[in-house]
Each structure stands twice: as structure tokens, then as C-alpha cells.
Design a protein around this ligand. Structure first.
Ligand SMILES: Cc1ncc(COP(=O)(O)O)c(C=O)c1O
Length: 365
């Protein structure tokens, strides 16, 4: 079968030209393209934790005896552990294979053909991705020049077809938070609101204490960033209990691996260690910001996450990305209407900042 007479005629027409999510480059794919050994690559392109996971996680996984047994589909222990960490009732919690999958389950639960989902762009692209997969319509509300959410325009964008409003705080890729008063004003529309706090541990700002008060508030969190578990894939959401019940019934069975469950348990048992790494990243974020500011042709934006968004005042961000890549330093680049000629740089260890800044000085456009 080839061309449009082939398998395509069976595929959903709306998915034939679907724009997928652009994932960051993985070092494994770079052999021959970089001038340094792959082991020496400095990865500042995916907001991972440069300190890795807790050593307790590695030890527990190496010793785990039962990988041949399915995980508990009801996530009972996991939900209890997450309830302890977040301070909310376990009946509100649903865990997933990364918080990405919670975004997807939310879209499946709320969004059908013609329904509208409001996002505040530029923002994390998964909200569009999952909405479009469910044949919903994304209503983009543009942020202002400093990337603040325009609350009045979000409220104006609400229609009878609006099913969900997504707010990332801190926002990816711009790094700024949405002030709590703005979030509450948007929650007051009565529309289901998802507050994506994937970077909460680096910002210290959360609306979790509001979940009891607002029956339309959902909060997403991740273990990818603060706990260094991006590769193991585990995230969770806190929902109104009835919504958590519906999500538990539509989620893919066994959607969190036993390895991820073990990793959450051991991470939470080693929380002081992980929080000290978070503190080191926050400290380094300030150093990285100052270092980027000292480069005359860069304009970094203040960040409350573990990355810094940075506009280029001369030269091409794409060129720069490729030249940094050659030297073994990976960053993310953007060049689209709302994110013109810019980079997003994840906060690394102090030596990563040094190497990046030395490379930037050598590569001035
Ligand atoms: C705003 C935001 N939400 C959610 C995620 C998904 O994280 P994960 O699926 O690794 O938990 C990311 C990852 O980059 C993100 O930036």
C-alpha cells in the first residue's frame, strides 16, 4: 500500500497532517556531529536535573526482586506517598508515566470535537498536542511583552465551548510564574483550570492549598525535574475527588511502572538530599542569569524554574545552537513569532555555566 490509496485512507484524516511535539535532542543521536566524547556532553536542553536522582533510587532499583509482577493499577501506595508529600487526600491524586500523560488524560476526559481549550502562549506545547489529538480547538491567548498572562483576555476568551484552561507556572519556556491572584481570577470563571506546576520545587509557589476550596482546580506536578527522574517517567495530578475517579477509570492500565513507584518511594525517603540539590540549582540559576546578562548580545529573562529563556540581540539562535552542539553543549532554540531568535538554557552545575559562558564568548556572532 502506498500514497493516499494506501494505509492513509484508514487513518483519521485530522491526524494525517498532525504536528507532533518537538522533543529535545538526545546525546545518543549525536555521534559524529560533536567534537567531544559523548560522555562529556553538557546537556542544558531538556531541564533535567544535573545532579541526577537520589542514590537510594539506584540502589533500590538494583536490588528490586519483582520486575516480573505488574504494578498496582489502583496506585494505592503511590497515592498514599504522594498524599504525604503534597498534604492532600490520596483520593484526589492520580499518577502517570510523566505529567505529560496526565495532560493527555485530562484532554481525553474533557475535550471532544469542537470543544475549546485555552492556553496562554508562548507555553508548553503539550496542551496543544493533546487538545488536537482529541479534535478540540486550541484558543491561544497571547502573553504580554514580559510573558505575563493577560487575565482579562483569558476571561474574554471563555465561551460556552471552553472545557479547560491550562496555566503553566513557572511557564515553559519563559520561566515566569503566574501570580496566585491571577490564577484565582481565572479559576473564578468556573471553567476547569489546570495549573501545571512541573517546576514547583524551583519556584516555591503553589496553589495546592486551594484545591479544597475550588472544585474546578487541578494541579499537575512532576518528579522529572526536582527529583531527577525524567528518564523513569513519573508525574501526578491533584484533582477534585470525582475527577480523580473518572481519570482513574480512563487511564491506561498499569500506567506507572514498578521502577517508577520504587523511585518515588526512595526519593521521598531522601528528600533532604534532593532538596539540597534543588537549592544548588536555584543558586546556580542566579549565577547563570548574571553570566548571561554579562554577554552584551544576550537578553536573559528572570526565571523561577530550572532554565533561563534568553533572546539573542544579534546573530542567529539556530546557528549558535549548532556551534554550541559541536562543542558538546546542548541547548534548546526557538525561532517563531512569539519566541523570536532565542534559546532556552537549563541550569546545570557551576562548571556547566563556566563552559557555556566560555563557549558563548568564543562564538560571538
Ligand atoms: C510545563 C511542563 N509541564 C509538564 C512537563 C512534562 O514533564 P514530565 O512528563 O517529564 O513529568 C514539562 C516538561 O518539560 C513541562 O515543561
Amino acid at each position: 500500500m502506498t500514497g493516499s490509496d494506501g494505509i492513509e485512507k484508514y487513518i483519521l484524516p485530522n491526524l494525517l497532517k498532525f504536528t507532533g511535539y518537538t522533543a529535545s535532542t538526545s546525546p545518543d543521536t549525536l555521534a559524529g556531529r560533536v567534537d567531544v566524547p559523548l560522555a562529556n556532553i553538557i546537556k542544558m536542553n531538556a531541564n533535567e536535573n544535573p545532579y541526577g536522582c537520589s542514590p537510594r533510587v539506584s540502589r533500590a532499583l538494583a536490588a528490586y526482586p519483582s520486575f516480573h509482577i505488574y504494578p498496582d493499577d489502583g496506585q494505592q501506595e503511590l497515592r498514599r506517598l504522594l498524599a504525604g508529600y503534597t498534604g492532600v487526600d490520596a483520593a484526589r491524586i492520580v499518577a502517570g508515566h510523566g505529567s505529560n500523560t496526565l495532560i493527555d488524560f485530562i484532554a481525553r476526559l474533557f475535550v471532544g470535537p469542537g470543544d475549546e481549550v485555552i492556553t496562554c502562549v508562548p507555553t508548553f506545547d503539550l496542551y496543544r498536542f493533546s487538545t488536537e489529538l482529541c479534535r478540540g480547538t486550541v484558543v491561544n491567548v497571547t502573553r504580554d511583552d514580559s510573558f505575563a498572562v493577560d487575565v482579562a483576555r483569558v476571561k474574554d476568551a471563555v465561551t460556552a465551548r471552553t472545557k479547560v484552561i491550562f496555566l503553566a507556572t513557572p511557564n515553559n519556556p519563559t520561566g515566569n510564574i503566574v501570580p496566585r491572584a491571577d490564577i484565582v481570577e481565572i479559576i473564578d470563571t468556573g471553567v476547569p483550570v489546570v495549573v501545571d506546576e512541573a517546576y514547583y520545587e524551583f519556584s516555591g509557589e503553589t496553589v495546592m492549598p486551594l484545591v479544597d476550596k475550588y472544585p474546578n482546580l487541578m494541579v499537575l506536578r512532576s518528579f522529572s525535574k526536582w527529583a531527577g527522574l525524567a528518564g523513569l517517567r513519573v508525574g501526578y495530578g491533584v484533582f477534585p475527588p470525582r475527577v480523580a475517579g473518572y481519570l482513574m477509570s480512563i487511564k491506561i492500565p498499569h500506567n506507572v511502572s514498578v521502577a517508577a513507584e520504587v523511585a518515588v518511594r526512595e526519593s521521598l525517603a531522601d528528600i533532604d538530599y534532593l532538596q539540597s540539590n534543588v537549592k544548588a540549582v536555584i543558586k546556580e540559576r542566579t549565577r547563570l542569569f548574571e553570566a548571561l546578562k554579562s554577554v552584551s548580545w544576550l537578553r536573559p529573562y528572570p526565571s523561577r524554574a530550572n532554565f533561563i529563556y534568553c533572546a539573542l540581540l544579534k546573530g542567529s539562535a539556530r546557528e549558535l545552537l549548532l556551534r554550541l552542539e559541536r562543542r558538546g553543549i546542548l541547548v534548546r532554540h526557538f525561532d517563531k513569532p512569539l519566541l523570536k531568535n532565542s534559546l532556552r538554557i537549563s541550569v546545570g552545575k557551576p562548571e556547566h555555566t563556566e563552559a557555556l559562558v566560555a563557549a558563548l564568548r568564543a562564538l560571538e556572532p
